[in-house]
Design a protein around this ligand. Sequence first.
Ligand code: S3P
Length: 757
Amino acid sequence: MPLMSAPRPPLFQRVAIIGLGLIGGSLAAAIREQGLARTVVAGSRSTRTLEQGLALGLIDEGSQDLAVAVRGADLVFVATPVSSMGAVLKALRPGLAERAIVTDGGSVKGAVIAEARRALGDHFPRFVPGHPIAGKEKSGVEAADAGLYRQHRVILTPTPDTDPSATARVSALWAAVGAEVLEMAPDHHDRVLAETSHLPHLLAFSLVDTLARQGDSTEIFRYAAGGFRDFTRIASSDPVMWHDIFRENRDAVLEALALFRDGIDRFQNAIEHNDDEALMGVMTRANAARAHFLAMNERTSYTRARHSDDETGMTQQSNPTFLARPGGRLNGRLRVPGDKSMSHRAIMLASLAEGTTTVEGFLEGEDALATLQAFRDMGVLIEGPHHGQVIVHGVGLHGLKAPGKPLYMGNSGTSMRLLTGLLAGQAFDTELTGDESLSKRPMERVAGPLREMGARIDTGEGGRPPVRIHGGQTLKGIHYPLPMASAQVKSAVLLAGLYAEGETSVTEPAPTRDHTERMLGGFGVPVRRDGATSTVAGGARLAAGPLDVPADISSAAFFLVGASIAEGSELTLPHVGVNPTRTGVIDILKLMGADIRLENPRDSGGEPVADLVVRSAPLKGIEIPRELVPLAIDEFPAIFIAAACAQGETVLRGAEELRVKESDRIQVMADGLAALGVEHEVYEDGIRIVGGPFGGGEVDSHGDHRIAMSFAMAALRASAPITIRRCANVATSFPGFAELARGAGLDLEVHASKENE
Ligand code: S3P
């Protein structure tokens, strides 16, 4: 017999909506649509509104007497203008049932709470102050829309007296109509809204009014183009409502206005004194800050936020799916984007240098952009990136300024770890945050040695982000034997060493990428290298100079594997960085039988580069030499795909570091291989993969860029399509991957989807 589930009881028995305009009417419509109450009643001064509400089917009953309207209700939602809230609450108070919860939709909270305390008396603990951040330019009950609150934020601002069970039930209601519910203190809410909503409205009203009062204003309005229209759209908002808001949130609005006046003065000064650097500084910072804050808001990435353009300025989470069809081969000549590790270091060292550095070949991927943004936030003037060119106006070793806000590192472990070292030596405090994946990654591995140097650093729960760095400490040079082979930890300690007294040295258990050491040398800071030990002295000065970032061997790796496994392939990958601490992937693939040649080997600013030529070849399984593991640490997802296509078994051990990358790369790859039917065995520190024919299937990349790109290449040898979910983070290291791969011959489609990471 099929199981029948009992219908869910509604959240509330009887909901009274006081004020049936757009906000109240839309909640009534959403409650109806979701079946969240047995009865919906409205209270309104206007009989016409009540009749319309009944006719539209939004409410069951209505009354002009507010005490009557709320009688027997277990939830009352007050959606009247903030200035009338006190009188409205007073009028409905006599009808309130003892346990009735009252909540509101007012856009100012401090004033409303004060009114509610007066009007509700001993019922005040059942009042849950709230503010749905949603609206339209249309108003009135006829504009009511059951979807108005979907994917919008609702801020609840309970006071210490508010009954937490009442807050929880109001929160459940908003969540049930599709909203994202946040809680904050009332005064914090009012300050934030003053800055983000009230101030922009004030400026729009004021600008239009100022220009309209000019002599020939028709002229101005006739020729006013897009900019004026965009900036002043909100000056069409309801004057009565905004009058109330400016009055009720007076103090916070005045503070925000004073802040703005400072900014305008600085702008005026810069123009008056032809201060180009200050002018460019304001605008490049503003440009980037807009993308940055949107990204941070959504805990998503930079380019996705940058491309958001909807009216609210909010981004939609879009996390594309790759659909890779089986077969095909790769041919041609393609330049993969700039090296990620070097792009981070280029921004960091150029910012600390004296003079201007022009960087060519910069990776315009989200990870490197996170680093770039952090330095802009610390006052460095950075132009670009524009077609891989970035111009950094260095501020010197001690020229960074306190950022004033937490620095958001997105998905980038390198940004967070290297910056922790560099920031340990600053005079100011900083906080580093990241997205969901970065927030799970270990940070004590850098905090530990930095504390030994005298730094004060707090990490979050379990030693993970956020990382808080207390500035103004005196650092002393140490010798640090690295417990794991990690270039990030090594670099963090060496960067802190620039600020330490005496010498700082690190000894690594196995060679790891040495871009920090090489690039410091390029900026004129000697790094002494003695076997596995590197040493820097504190107090050095960095001298600016041009920098060329070669193509990233880690991005080339997908194509090295793709061309190796797809019969009939031949690819040339020009100007790839072939630093010997990065070429493990070439050595491993060659041991497996791959046909890869390095042509035109040359030096580019202290880093070896070459053109890589790869032809398809039959691969065989191998036992991967342990000493190659740190030299191919980022390329294992791609190497696992090569192993799946090889004849025989490939065994990897000694690679436990893979478990703490952007995802647990051993487990996530194993799950993906299982989905395709590839035989394998997982170890704590590695994997055994048995090569052979495999099928298609659905793979979850867990938001890990390298896993997504590796499985896309696997399709070249799969017998059916491979669907790869959550591929947005491919943009962290390889913007344009899909187009480039398609151009070379991979049958790859990108499908938009709006799921969360
Ligand atoms: C990097 C070092 C490596 C690597 C990462 C980049 C760097 O990390 O995986 O992608 O730029 O220093 P670990 O230091 O954690 O091995």
